[in-house]
Design a protein around this ligand. Structure first.
Ligand SMILES: [Zn+2]
Length: 76
């Protein structure tokens, strides 16, 4: 079994939280190793998550901030 981009996209917040299972983490890592698009998205989410944790806010255009916050499950 392998993940699609949509599968990985849905899993990213949990992946970043470390709340995925070991199997899911392996599948996610396998997909990320072969997919530049998802790797870029993961990096984006990681840096934004870090900003949120450090500053409690993000300095991004409204539209992408809302999209990212939505995918992280953060309500403003
Ligand atoms: Zn992908």
């Amino acid at each position: 079994m392998s993940l699609t981009c949509d599968d990985l996209d849905a899993m990213l917040p949990e992946f970043l939280d470390g709340s995925v299972t070991a199997d899911e983490a392996t599948l996610a890592a396998e997909h990320l190793a072969t997919c530049e698009e998802c790797t870029a998205e993961l990096n984006e989410l990681e840096s934004v998550t870090k900003l949120y944790r450090e500053h409690g806010t993000m300095h991004l255009p409204d539209e992408s901030r809302k999209r990212i916050a939505g995918s992280l499950g953060i309500s403003e």
